[in-house]
Design a protein around this ligand. Structure first.
Ligand code: PLP
Length: 509
């Protein structure tokens, strides 16, 4: 009977096996198709690894777009085999993908990733667990909770603290500002922001962070209804760390204008310079003015893995909340990030119950309730990647990777200075170096032009990828070193390529 009804619905010319083999299931033919597909796909990735000498092919937007002119999602087709689709994908994407794993990819905050985490990705996607409730995740939630405890312990938070895996540093920073905002409203206004929305003077709220902090703070402040103006940029010192005297002055100034300071954000690892704000001193100021203290350790969080460098995070334990991106300095695939709070009761600001999902009775029964801590509902089991990484490799190997990239960054900064054609702006506290090609410092030359040209030319050539940024409106180049396999000789080669492009620009302009 069932067979017949399937047969009735089958598309012309397809057998039942052909139609349903794609569904991940315990049926023998589906399992066989799953295994074959995974093998074929891993082989395609292997080919990608083997075929790439450079981090990028240099393909232009026009070139890649033109390849799509013949590719359609066709409503009438029966589809193609995996083999055909992978072949097509090589043309459309794989052959010209930007390789974060390459030793000469030193551009943005993208790390090479670890095989134990990739093995976990297969399980995560295949089982497709969602982490919102116990009845969808079971043991998965216990794995996430163990990693949350492990991280809380490394931060140095007390027993009453808590955390949650998030999609990235932007979301974690949003949670920090959200809790800061609602904590302040609960304390000072006779309203519940969850029910009533924001008080009328929310546009006067002020959040202080350094002038080189991440843009997600501004974006989140806007999304949270406080407006971008709520973010007050505090000047940095010569090491690109928040100037704490300037912080106090800024707070006093904003108060004198009738504005309402609610929070301060310290950055542990700024995106451009990898500088770390003086966390202990900022905590004291936060305490004095009764401000929420959030630490954005999206980049610097990985320092906690290192026996040698973890002290650079001293003071983080005094904060109210912390952002950590495992997909940066813990060598995890995107996405993998965490948000942590000193006081677990603060989660009440974002807690909801839905009868169909996480009824109150379940919590009373003692079942874990992860969705109450998250601003997502359906949520990936990203924690498994870090779990398999730490179980297979141990924390200290990752710590050694951190030590290696910090050493490489220090050696690279020195090497650039010694070559004589570069002006280096910062001594890297972690692994980012901002510099520019400037062989003739005494003469007045178009430094922005030449440095913008260098970055663009290198991207178009693809032999090595570097980033650029602006400091005081001037174009600078940037290395972000996150690959423990990159050696000083690679960095010397990259410096040589930069010089070649710079010299060439000068000869022709
Ligand atoms: C300091 C800092 N905070 C937050 C973020 C945002 O993280 P994500 O890209 O994971 O959202 C970044 C990203 O580079 C960052 O450098």
């Amino acid at each position: 009977m069932l067979q017949n009804s399937y047969a009735h619905q089958l598309l012309d010319g397809l057998t039942k096996d052909q139609l349903y083999k794609y569904i991940f299931s315990e049926l023998p033919e589906n399992k066989a198709y799953y295994q074959k597909s995974m093998n074929q796909t891993v082989n395609a990735v292997m080919e990608h690894l083997e075929s790439r000498d450079n981090p990028f092919s240099g393909a232009s937007v026009q070139m890649l777009k033109s390849r799509f002119s013949k590719v359609f999602i066709d409503d009438t087709s029966y589809g193609s085999s995996l083999h055909e689709v992978l072949d097509e994908l090589k043309e459309l994407y794989l052959n010209d993908a930007v390789s974060f794993h390459h030793r000469k990819y030193v551009a943005h905050l993208n790390c090479p990733i670890l095989t134990p985490a990739l093995a976990a990705e297969v399980i995560i996607s295949s089982l497709n667990t969602s982490m919102d409730t116990w009845d969808q995740s079971a043991g998965g939630t216990l794995i996430e909770l163990q990693l949350i405890d492990w991280t809380l312990n490394k931060i140095g938070y007390p027993v009453n603290s808590d955390g949650i895996f998030t999609s990235g540093g932007t979301q974690s920073n949003m949670m920090g500002l959200l809790l800061a905002r609602d904590h302040f409203i609960h304390k000072h206004y006779n309203i519940d922001p969850k029910l009533d929305g924001l008080p009328h003077d929310a546009s006067k709220f002020r959040i202080f962070c350094s002038e080189v902090s991440h843009f997600s703070l501004k974006k989140n402040a806007a999304l949270l209804g406080m407006g971008q103006k709520s973010i007050v940029a505090v000047p940095v010192n010569e090491n690109f760390q928040m100037d704490v005297n300037a912080l106090t002055e800024s707070i006093e100034y904003e108060r004198s204008k009738g504005n309402v300071p609610i929070a301060v954000v310290g950055t542990a690892g700024t995106t451009d310079f990898s500088s770390i704000d003086p966390l202990t001193a900022i905590a004291e100021v936060a305490e004095t003015y009764k401000l929420w203290f959030h630490v954005d350790a999206a980049y610097g969080g990985g320092l906690m893995l290192s026996d040698k460098h973890s002290h650079k995070l001293d003071g983080i334990e005094l904060s109210d909340s912390v952002t950590i991106d495992y997909h940066k300095t813990f060598f995890q695939p995107v996405s993998s990030s965490g948000f942590f709070m000193r006081d677990k009761t603060h989660v009440d600001y974002i807690k909801y119950h839905a009868d169909y999902l996480n009824p109150k009775e379940q919590e009373e029964e003692g079942l874990p309730n992860m969705v109450k801590k998250s601003i997502q509902t359906t949520r990936r089991f990203d924690a498994l990647k870090l779990w398999m990484t730490l179980r297979m490799m141990g924390r200290r190997k990752l710590g050694q990777y951190i030590d290696d990239i910090i050493l490489l960054a220090q050696q690279t900064a020195l090497m650039l200075r010694e070559r004589g054609k570069f002006e280096v702006l910062n001594q890297p506290e972690i692994s980012a170096i901002v510099f520019r090609y400037n062989p003739l410092p005494a003469t007045k030359t178009d430094l922005c032009g030449v440095n913008a040209h260098i970055r663009k030319a290198m991207f178009n050539e693809g032999k090595a990828l570097i980033a650029s940024t602006k400091v005081h409106d001037q174009v600078y180049l940037k290395f972000t070193l996150l690959n423990p396999l990159t050696e000083l000789s690679d960095m010397e080669e990259i410096a040589g390529i930069i010089e070649e492009h710079g010299d060439h620009y000068y000869r022709n302009n």
